[in-house]
Design a protein around this ligand. Sequence first.
Ligand SMILES: Cc1cc2nc3c(=O)[nH]c(=O)nc-3n(C[C@H](O)[C@H](O)[C@H](O)COP(=O)(O)OP(=O)(O)OC[C@H]3O[C@@H](n4cnc5c(N)ncnc54)[C@H](O)[C@@H]3O)c2cc1C
Length: 490
Amino acid sequence: MLNFPENACFSRMKRKVIVIGAGITGMALAAFLAKEDFLVEIFEKHDQPGGRARRISTDQFSFDLGPQVIFLPEILEFFFNHFSHPEYLLPELERMDPSYRVFNNNSEVFDIPGEPKKMESFFMKYSPSGISNLNKYLERGRQDYAGITEKGDYFKGDSGPCSFLTKLFTTSHDTYVSKLFRDYHLVNLLQDHYPLVNQNIRDNSSLKFALNYSFLTRGVLYPKGGMQNLIHAFTRILDELNVPIHVSSPVESFDIIDDKVAGIITHGKNFHADYFVSAMDYRHTEQQLPKEYRNYSEYSWEPGDKTGSSFIFYLVIKKKLKNLAVNNIIYTRGLHKRPGVRDKSDLPVIHVTCPSKHNQQLAPEGMETLIIRTMVPTSIEDTGKIREHYFEKSIRWIEETSGESIQNHVIFKKTLAHTDFEVEFGTYQGLPFGWMNSQYSLNKKNKKMVNMKLQNLLYGEYPVLAGLGISSAVISGQVVAQELARIAGT
Ligand SMILES: Cc1cc2nc3c(=O)[nH]c(=O)nc-3n(C[C@H](O)[C@H](O)[C@H](O)COP(=O)(O)OP(=O)(O)OC[C@H]3O[C@@H](n4cnc5c(N)ncnc54)[C@H](O)[C@@H]3O)c2cc1C
């Protein structure tokens, strides 16, 4: 991982930084800065930290709103080691086995194993030279994986500014895979396993190799007790570093004096600092600035890719579901058709998570919590009727492929659509994954980390690696904290 500049000297007079947003990015960023001797405070709009990773609960059941699994756990391990103290340990990361269950249309059901030994058998089942080619693939993947986890070589990722030469000499991941494997179970696993995260990762070699290496060797992981425990672990680090999180404090505007941000306004009060980092959605931040201080014109945000949002249904089912695993994917059009977000048909893929199967505290005995995520275009109208259409259609698919009756046993239902994500998190066009879309709309150039007109304002939501969610947020926090330390130290 990256190091902070050795000669950065902050001890003369502590500089104050206000971080806006207590999602993973904001909390990671604040922790890195506080450790570097900045005085840091966080202002959060909601009444609890966690952002998209926070929990919603009733007195009987709970849902982790967004992320369900951790990819590239090494990034989180690095973060917690950096703040090593027995009190704020990373919660145990439990491996899912199977990693996920695949429902290939109505034609077959198979499990992607979580354990490496079972993974070998999976490869052998579908290819005579499965193990030797798997080893070849892993050997190749180890380099990119090490680049990211050991050397901090994040910028080779899909969203990073790959140099022309890097691109020229890097073999396409998907071509490499199709040379090693013919069987669609294996090809699909290596080329498209990302649906659990999102499906917008293009064929960028380094990122796909690294993600798959981690996935094949460590599996899909879940923090013991749920994402809530991960958020608690972050807040314990912040407590120890004396970083207050002011919850229920929405930042309404910036107070700008002489081309510098002098303060943020929340509930009509002005809070001053030397530096400000917005860890909210990039465009949302820009919209709170007068036009002349924005890095990008409204035109730049026009989406390049109209797909990529979701309708998400959170359900409680009054029975146990035997035929579903914790993570399930239904390919309604069949695996071999290479489904994904760029498949413009209606509902090509349905993600079904049954978190209570792994974490029984989430639902009362004899019941199950179920999260259904459908991929829809961001342009889709959000009406009760359209939500219901997708709900009915998804439930029908789940019942048909899994053989479980579900709809008659639903005792609780909450729906989140792109319009809710826009209101709740200020994400552009309500994209659950936020910056993915803006990255595309800016012609895949990296967005600027520092406001070009207000030199003491930085953006925490800095796209480093696409598709990694939580791990990416931690990396963003570190990269932006490092940049602020550099600016403040000079
Ligand atoms: C449905 C879904 C499933 C996902 N699944 C996974 C997964 O399985 N694995 C994975 O790794 N990742 C997953 N992700 C992605 C992951 O949740 C995000 O990448 C990560 O949580 C983003 O963190 P962040 O801090 O950058 O943004 P956020 O979590 O959005 O944090 C931004 C914070 O800013 C606050 N804020 C906004 N406006 C204001 C304001 N005006 N004033 C003050 N505060 C404000 C918000 O309340 C929020 O707390 C998923 C996301 C979603 C939505």
